[in-house]
Design a protein. Structure first.
Lengths: 396, 396
């Protein structure tokens, strides 16, 4: 296993401290050559034959196996395609069909909005009186009752980094007879996950954050091997058919995870993602986790020592936290704009959250200290506490 | 307007006659540089800021306007994303919600299987007793009754090239109170289409065929401006929300076509497509149509003169035919393999269809005659009619 960081594997602009890999990962250095080859050689010279000679057709499962290794999924149980929103729809639609006598989808207020929106859309579409019950993250365990058809949660909260206990909640869901769906958007490549040990029916995620697949990289879905052949795909596209090129008049799902494919896969995006995932070939996710905790602890200690106006919005216990740290600050939007202007890149989430992602593949302790130096300087120079300045209204 | 062909705008391998642009268009020459710039400069240097400074967020509608101009859609009424299968689901789900008292989806046996499969999946998912009624293409007009909630057809048949009369069928659908959905997969960039004159509620299509967007390029959907704000999106993802970055707890659809967006758009694929669509900047689709008819007529005449074992499977009347010509032949699979081995690329569709696409952007009369020379030679050399050879079984 290689020691971290492996900064030389990424294109990191000079002088930039990039703490937003939890939103969009940076460009792995070998991706441009791979794309040039994929486009120039495969598409340009093989044209339609690329589907066979370059194995384009097999890639949604073959490339997904690289993600499977990071989340504890057996080979051939993960497939790439579409967006995370679509994968949520697929999982949730299948889950409700598996529990026809139940009407509650349980989620929490820490879930990313698109997961909740997709549930609302599905409920309207089905028009069978389902209810989306959204509770506080701390109240989830107590809300898992026998009314619940599906528990749908994001493992790591996009705003605060608060992390659910996947194994414990999945156990509670199963004890209550509910189906478990985990969204691993902020987990895959960030923290060790073992979907096999957890035993959830469905896991979904995206690949442009900690997996560095590039803007709009495809999503993934994993279905537990014990149930996948009983799943009736609602989005029954031709590439999930058992024999897509037989052009049969009726849909027959493929066996295994292939049935969760829908339409033609985004081959150019998949080539970029495949190349980006090679970064992980000699990396141990446990080393990433250990380094991430060290970086986050340093950041919290330094910010609390030097920036007293900021309030930690993430769990203080590292074991309860993903690979990001958030601070609440009344003028968080303006402060983040000032940071970005000085090339320290984090992001802001309404109403007052300053969010910093720590990605040990390319971030080290010097970056953390450098970021805090700029943050402290931005706050020192600011006039937010000057009544004359404040009277002029919100800093934008 | 520029005269056709514009072969120099494409990467066409030496010696290849490519008659499969109806399946996957060839690489436009400027796409590799555009991708290198998008990836190296936008993603590599701007990282997360690309969503703003490079206008990634606006591209699904901005780039789709280039397609809108080819299909007669007003500016800002088309959006890119997902796959054609997903766009079919969106259109059909919305159409059924618009006609809650009706239970029939009418389609025809010439529709591409994924459209039929997606309808089957939606019907199972809704579980309200809808029926997918599939009739012969010639029987569609007579089957549009007041039971029909939605008429869902592909304009140009993927196997035979037979073309429906969009205006006439849409009028019949509307007279019967049904919603009209057109799949333009084999039309956009191939034949003149005017969705505004036609007045259909929904049009969907793909961009990797005649629009040359590359393998897995995103699909598009157009919704008639008169109804789009009444459409309740079933796939209610965050990027179709009125204020995605407000992270509100409930879904509120954006106004206009933006509500048909779902998740994060595939920015790398969209960059390739945007560049590919620039090929059309100085091209008149009516010139493309005229040239396509001339090429198809030459091909039919030459094949019928020199290859008597082949039977025309496309309409003989050019006005009834898209931009492809198909011939039925008992040994079509083997004959197509032999053609491909000699660098004349068409494709085979079960059970016996040899399919040839004519794309006047890069195909000329010399290519057509060259292809027929090889086809005639392949057929002359074949032993299919030799009983001793046939006894050995199917040629593969």
């Amino acid at each position: 296993m290689t020691a971290l960081p492996v900064k030389q594997r990424f294109n990191l602009p000079d002088g930039m401290i990039y703490l937003d890999g939890n939103s969009l990962g940076p460009l792995p250095r070998t991706v441009p050559d791979r794309l040039a080859s994929m486009v120039g050689h495969e598409w340009g010279e093989h044209l339609i034959k690329g589907w066979n000679v370059d194995d384009w057709m097999a890639q949604p499962v073959a490339v997904a196996d690289r993600i499977g290794r990071l989340i504890g999924a057996p080979e051939g149980t993960v497939v790439l395609g579409d967006t995370l929103s679509i994968k949520v729809h697929q999982a949730l639609s299948a889950a409700l069909a598996m529990r026809p006598g139940r009407r509650v989808i349980l989620s929490d207020s820490g879930n990313f909005p698109t997961d909740l929106y997709m549930a609302e859309g599905l409920i309207r579409q089905l028009d069978k009186g389902h209810e989306l019950r959204v509770v506080d993250p701390e109240a989830v365990a107590g809300a898992i009752t026998e009314e619940v058809a599906a528990v749908m949660l994001t493992h790591v909260d996009y705003r605060t980094g608060r992390m659910h206990d996947m194994d414990a909640i999945t156990r509670l869901a199963h004890e209550a007879g509910a189906v478990m769906i985990w969204d691993l958007a902020h987990s895959a490549g960030a923290v060790p996950v073992d979907v096999t040990a957890c035993g959830a029916e469905f896991a979904v995620g995206c690949t442009y954050k900690y997996l560095n697949g590039g803007p709009g990289a495809p999503a993934f879905i994993q279905v537990h091997p014990d149930i996948v052949d009983d799943v009736e795909p609602a989005l029954s596209g031709w590439l999930g058919h058992d024999a897509p090129f037989a052009f049969e008049p009726h849909y027959r799902p493929a066996s295994g995870i292939e049935r969760m494919r829908v339409g033609t896969p985004p081959i150019i995006q998949i080539a970029a993602l495949d190349e980006a995932l090679k970064v992980w070939d000699d990396i141990d996710i446990n080393d990433v986790r250990a380094a991430s905790i060290a970086l986050c602890e340093t950041f919290i200690a330094e910010v609390e020592a030097r920036c007293p106006d900021l309030t930690l919005a993430s769990p203080r216990d590292a074991a309860m936290r993903g690979s990001q740290v958030s601070f609440a600050f009344e003028h968080g939007y303006a402060a983040m704009q000032a940071l970005i202007a000085r090339n320290v890149i984090g992001d802001f989430r309404s109403p007052d959250i300053m969010r910093f992602g720590f990605t040990p593949l390319y971030i080290d302790e010097d970056d953390v200290r450098g970021a805090v130096d700029v943050l402290a300087d931005v706050l020192d120079r600011s006039l937010w506490d000057d009544p004359a300045y404040r009277a002029r209204g919100r800093v934008t």
